[in-house]
Design a protein around this ligand. Sequence first.
Ligand code: TYD
Ligand code: MG
Length: 486
Amino acid sequence: MAKPREVFVCRTCGAVQSRWLGKCPDCGAWDSLEGERVEKSAGRDPQRGVVEAWRASGADVAELMVEAKAGAAGAPVAVPIAQAAGKQSPARRLVTGIGELDRVLGGGLVPGSVVLIGGDPGIGKSTLMLQAAGLMGTAGTSGHEVHRVLYVSSEESAEQVRMRAARLGAAASPGLFVLADTNLARIVEQTRKVAPGVLVIDSVQMIYKADLDAAPGSVAQLRRCAAELVYLAKLSGIAVVLVGHVTKEGRLAGPRLLEHLVDAVLYFEGDRYHAHRILRGVKNRFGTTLEIGIFEMTGSGLKEVPGGLGVGVLDGDPSAREAKVGAVVCPVMTGTRCVLVELQALTATGFIGAAKRKSSGLDPNRLAMLIAVLEQHAGLRLADRDVFASSVGGLRVGEPAADLPLLMAIAGAHHRRAVSPGTAAVGEVGLGGEVRAVTQIEQRLREAGRLGFARVLVPASQTNVKAGGVEAVPVKTVSQAIEELA
Ligand code: TYD
Ligand code: MG
């Protein structure tokens, strides 16, 4: 008999290697490879466990099955695409009642789909899902229907979940069911009994399958449990939400392993020490991944931050604030919305040849490029200066339109000068020191105007755009922009 083959799977990124290595060659994580037995002969169908459990329940299965038409065996058959509709109309969405979450999902949860919500421990994933579950289980003020939601907690006891729900105002939700269990078979069984529209598994890393010879939290368990839950969703039309902790290191397999399995992947980001949280879609089979949702963590749960409020910018009228050295506000586009973000820079004495360039929430390559442009085209000497740059509030800013404000923040920090209060800036900086046009300038100006900014420095080619009652100040070159620093 052939020996069972063993492969090694990275707990962080899911890459498969044929032998053990100290460092994953794909993602660079150390000591993250874990052995996984490949059973050739067993030929176990990962769908079998769920299907059997579901089938055993009897009559209502056929009705629930998406592939009901496929015949007694339940195997799917090829059909013309026009007839490929399941039981659920594809346009139907389960609105969660949290506007920011719905927008990132593309309008709500799709029945029969699986959504993965990842994020660092303690960022607020459980809070968000419990709030959403509570709202879905209640007749909404916004008029959405009541859905039955089963919230499976594999980390907390039912009592703990109830206490948290009470704090979040979700404890009296008539449609919300709680189950504290980690055994997949029992969870499927309870799901069948409750017959919810939405099933939340918090967290999927703690779930295990008893017949699998691997520890809970291992790569093999996580993959297998998630695959069965995906199949459960397809089979029953239940929208499944999987919560997964991002693990820097340690024993838990990370949610990135599951990205290819699920229909949508959302990451909950933000600085644990800041109140703002950002929900970002990185994969979505039913919508765009450009959208973000902004939340604020308060004593009574997560509060939505309505349409494009400035992150870390707004405390009072921007024109009334005092000028800040080394800080420039930028209207940043994220999906269809504009967010005002303060970019900050600091220069300090460093050593030539070993000067530090550090950034937080910004692209380090972009920072290096802007420093080079400042040296070449604005005559700044930064070779022996450490340069630190960050985007305030924890929003990651990646778009080139943030070049100009970041460059001005660095120059301002170096010369100890500031832009006048109530002034924002936007523009891409080219290697020749020219300021280039950006997309959606009108929306950026409108948003800046709405939040009280009086002037926005814009690329010279775009001064014809008028919006929001703000003064669009043309800048053609980097040196011209630096003259704006008073
Ligand atoms: P949690 O949702 O448990 O994070 P995760 O599930 O992602 O691990 O909670 C995150 C943090 O939020 C927790 O440490 C405390 C804080 N928090 C509040 O500030 N207000 C609240 O109402 C709740 C429920 C939590
Ligand atoms: Mg949690």
